[in-house]
Ligand binder design. Structure first.
Ligand code: HEC
Length: 118
């Protein structure tokens, strides 16, 4: 019995420790964006599809200065609570650190000022 539980604990510890070391790295902001935001907000760096903009009023996150004008907290709050009529709250889908990873990724990939995008 003792050996079995030791083996079981070893297996459990293995599962816990291996992903544990993986989470020490940056969560993958880009793939999270692609999975949870792209469908409405469009591809990385680009605007949403015209129909999305027109029918749901989806904003272009990559419009020059759009994200620069928003605080980290406000962008995370939008992910948590949703926005307007069409953007659903994602609090039960995304963990806080995943939202933060998406935010970081958006900031890294967004033009900082109107001058940086033609
Ligand atoms: C179902 C479509 C949909 C998805 C999926 C979606 N959004 Fe949105 N998002 C919208 C719409 C529509 C608005 C405009 C809401 C309004 O103000 O009416 C919006 C607005 C925003 C805003 C601007 C809010 C403001 O401050 O004015 C941000 C930032 C944003 N979304 C980020 C994200 C991120 C990041 C994700 C992925 C985690 C995401 N959205 C997923 C539809 C979506």
């Amino acid at each position: 019995m003792k050996t079995i539980s030791l083996i079981l604990w070893g297996v459990v510890a293995g599962f816990v420790l291996i992903p544990g070391t993986a989470t020490a790295q940056e969560p993958p902001g880009r793939s999270l964006y692609e999975k949870h935001c792209r469908i409405c907000h469009g591809p990385v760096g680009g605007p949403p599809a015209p129909a999305m903009q027109k029918q749901m009023g989806v904003p272009d996150l990559y419009a020059p200065g759009f994200l620069a004008a928003r605080s980290d907290d406000s962008v995370v709050a939008v992910m948590e609570k949703g926005a307007g009529k069409f953007m659903k709250p994602l609090a039960s889908t995304l963990k806080k650190d995943e939202m933060q990873a998406i935010l970081r990724f958006l900031r890294e990939s967004a033009p900082a000022s109107p001058a940086s995008r033609p």
